[in-house]
Each structure stands twice: as structure tokens, then as C-alpha cells.
Design a protein around this ligand. Sequence first.
Ligand code: HEC
Length: 316
Amino acid sequence: MLFSNVKTKWIKRALMMFLSFVLAIPAFAQTADGSSTNLEAILIVVLIFVLIVAILILIIGLYLVSIIKVILLEDRKKKALAEGKEFIPEDEKSWWTSLMSKATGAVPIEKEETVLLDHDYDGIHELDNHLPPWWKWLFYATIVWGFIYYLVYHVFDALPLMQEEYAIVMEDAKVAREAMMALEGNNIDENNVEFSDAADVLANGKAIYDRECVACHAPEGQGLIGPNFTDNYYIHGGSINDIFKTIKYGVPQKGMISWQSKLTPSDMRDVGSFIMTLRGKTPQNPPAPKGPEGEEYIPDNQNQTGEEPAEQPTEL
Ligand code: HEC
């Protein structure tokens, strides 16, 4: 009986370890500064630790079981010898077969009459089979899981519930969005965009134009599938605001895609500004410039760049 004592001691120890861990989760959570990433990191560490402990317990358990088996076998051998009998070991099933028979709890066909009920429906008999143990184990596991879930989410509040989780994610997204917007140039939209002839703006604009727009608007802006940028005629308006808007939202039904998912606002400002510098230029190479499309654009302040007048009349 010495061995079974050792075993229970081990199990007790493992249980204590697991319990102290479960109880330590909220303590961890409280020391964290409330940010979800910290909590997540702690949880992952805890889970990995629990997993490792569980695997260790399993290995030790299996080891102890095998030792106990050997001891018991020796014991029986000795007993048989003492009684002067020959020791015949019962044919041992493989661990897999014994596990399967334990899990299914199936009654072997030879012993079927032990579970046969005396119901007889025109020769059809009924067997009184129990629920398969594996199914019951699953059921018990859900109860254990439910208990752990209840403790973690409702007693210790160690983890946020669904709605809190949603709020946290939204809050994170808001912060990330604000950080993104705060980056220079990303708060530009069609209402506040301004033409810029700064060298770096136009250089970046040209690079984007050469990469993304040439295929449809031709290398010098002569127009190909899309309209000509070297004349004064525009389908959707020639101010920087209108051009920015066309680039941003596109005219998908006419073959001009929306660029807002591919270009940042400052990139769209840059390429829009670059397009405006093409106005009035005479293309040197083929293809021949496309004829005017849309209406002639006359800048409000007669500024060829199309910049809005410094003082805009306030709209009511
Ligand atoms: C797949 C072809 C295609 C590509 C690529 C393309 N466009 Fe266009 N674009 C068009 C077409 C077609 C139109 C005319 C839409 C219409 O008829 O309403 C147009 C119209 C425009 C207009 C409005 C012109 C006007 O007359 O009002 C602007 C500005 C513009 N494109 C800029 C760009 C920029 C900048 C790029 C690159 C980032 C680009 N386009 C890439 C096909 C394209």
C-alpha cells in the first residue's frame, strides 16, 4: 500500500499546484495595468504552464501505474509460489484495447444475454445498453469546463466578457485610428486638401502616376482610356478638391477605380497635385492627346494651379 500512498500524494500535489494557479490568475490580472495585451500575454504563459504541468502529471501517472503493475505482478507471483501453485498471468489486453472497451463500455456479443431485456417485438429483442462512457466523460468535461468558465468570467472577472471585449477592441481601434490620423498628411480629405507644388510632393506624385495611372491616362497625361489631363476640360471638375475626390472615390462604372484603399490621403494629394501641373502642357510623344471631355474648368481665382481663393465665401 506504500505505492498507492505515494501516488495519492503526487495527485494531491499536482492538484494543489493547479488550484494555486487557477486562483493566481485574477491576481495576475490585477497587477497588469489593465491593457488587454498584457493580460493576454499572462494568460498564454499560464496556459502553457498548465499544459506543461498536465503533461508532466500524465507522464508521472503513467510511470507510477506501470510500477504498480509490476509490483502487483510480483506480489501475485510470490503468493502463488507460497501456495505452491503455478503462476499463470491472465492474458493482458493491450492498453489500447482496454481503453477502447472502457470508453465504449460495449458488452461483447458472447455476453449479450446479460443485457437482454425480456421485450420481444415479433422476434426483435431489446438490449439494455448503457450510455457509452466516452459520451458521459464528455458530458462531465463540459460540467468541469462550465465551472472553470464561471469562475474565470463571472467570479474573478479575470477575462472580459464578450461585450467588454468588443468595447476594448473598439477602443483600441479608435486609438490606432487617431494615431494614424495624427501622422502627417493622413487627415487630408476632399474638403481640406490643398494643391502643393513642393518638390517632394510633385516627385512622389509623379512616381505614383508613373506606377498606377499611366496605363489609362498615358505617360504625359494625354489620356488613353481615361481623359486627357493636359487640357482644361474635366468631367468631374478640375479643382484640387474635385480631382482628389475623383481619385479617392473613383468612377467605378466608367473604369476609374477608387484609390482610397491603395493610396494614403497624402499620396492622393501628391498625385492630384502632380496631375494639375500637367494642365496646359504640350505632350511631346505619342499617343496623340485625347480631345476635350466634360466641361472647361475655369479656376475661381484665375490661378492656373486651381488653388482655391484664399478667402472662401462662407456658405450658409
Ligand atoms: C483602369 C484605367 C484607369 C486607371 C488605372 C486610372 N484611371 Fe483615372 N480615369 C479612368 C477613366 C476611364 C476616367 C473617366 C471616368 C469618367 O468617364 O467619368 C478617369 C478619370 C480620372 C479623373 C477625372 C478626370 C475628369 O475629367 O474629371 C482623374 C482626376 C483621374 N482619373 C485620376 C487618376 C489617377 C490619379 C490615377 C492613378 C492613381 C488614375 N486616374 C488611374 C481610368 C483610369
